[in-house]
Design a protein around this ligand. Structure first.
Ligand code: ZN
Length: 282
């Protein structure tokens, strides 16, 4: 009998906890998202919640809130994500209890353009003597985009780093001499050499470099897994560890690295997954 009562009590307790959770937490999210496109998730609570952790596509980030509202900007990378239902998990502590909420988001396809280019064969493959350098630089870039500091969604729309139009869009598949060479992971923005480049959102510089592919480049951490990346610059005027404000000049545009002409390549990633920044700049 005693045992039955305690089980009943426990069930009642669990039910109350679930009821409290349902009553106190509102999650706003899109039911359907196109692969490669960004989306916002908002968690709101009337009760005191803290340490909200978001888990999406097997990656996590920690959110800081403002007046009981926790916002995060998420995305999927066209290279890695597949269609179908994907689970968004929200973990937080509410009145001292650990709580997990789950929501389903349906990922659907989107058509991205294709580009055919003809280049001289020696330009297709970098010389073997550079392979160590290229590998080292790629590792630094991979590490930078995995920076994961607690934060919240940036102010939207994002600040446009240069005012020009786009010469290439996100997701474009590139065929060089008929050979598939991958998808474009960002936006190419028209910018004459020496144009000031401005930070898309406030954050902290996590990496700068002068790389063989990217040329002079800078990576900025905006918190909550969001990183912006700017490359082919002629000058980088900020250094690692420096804080930057939204709209602050971070360097000048150029044509450094492996490019044919001056432009700014601008990318945004969540936990290393590059998605289309264009809808966020409008
Ligand atoms: Zn580009």
């Amino acid at each position: 009998m005693k045992r039955a009562i305690s089980v009943l009590m426990m069930l009642l307790f669990i039910q109350t906890a679930l009821y409290a959770a349902e009553k106190n937490i509102t999650v706003t999210f899109p039911a359907q998202v196109e692969i490669g496109q960004p989306f916002l998730v908002s968690i709101r609570s009337e009760s005191e919640i803290d340490s909200v952790t978001i888990s999406w596509q097997e990656k996590e980030c920690v959110l800081t809130g403002d007046n009981g509202t926790f916002n995060v900007l998420l995305g999927t990378d066209l290279k890695n994500a597949g269609t179908g239902t994907s689970e968004l998990r929200i973990s937080c502590s509410l009145n001292g209890q650990l709580l997990e909420e789950k929501r389903n988001i349906h990922l659907i396809t989107r058509k991205y353009p294709r580009e055919n280019l003809k280049v001289s064969p020696e330009k297709l493959t970098p010389p073997a003597s550079l392979s160590e350098r290229i590998k080292r630089e790629a590792a630094l870039g991979r590490e930078a985009i995995q920076t994961n500091t607690p934060g919240s969604a940036p102010v939207l729309p994002l600040f446009k780093p240069v005012p020009g139009g786009y010469s290439s869009v996100y997701g474009k598949s590139r065929y060089l001499n008929g050979q598939f060479k991958g998808r474009h992971g960002g936006l190419d923005m028209r910018a004459a050499r020496g144009s000031p480049i401005k930070a898309t959102s406030s954050g902290t510089v996590v990496l700068t470099g002068d790389f063989w592919f990217a040329g002079k480049c800078i990576y900025i951490d905006h918190g909550a897994g969001l990183i912006s990346f700017y490359c082919h610059m002629s000058k980088v005027s900020k250094s690692k560890g420096e804080k930057v404000k939204r709209g602050e000049v971070i360097g000048l545009s150029g044509k450094s690295g492996r490019v044919t002409g001056p432009h700014l390549h601008f990318s945004v990633s969540w936990r290393g997954e590059f998605f289309d920044p264009a809808p966020l700049l409008k």
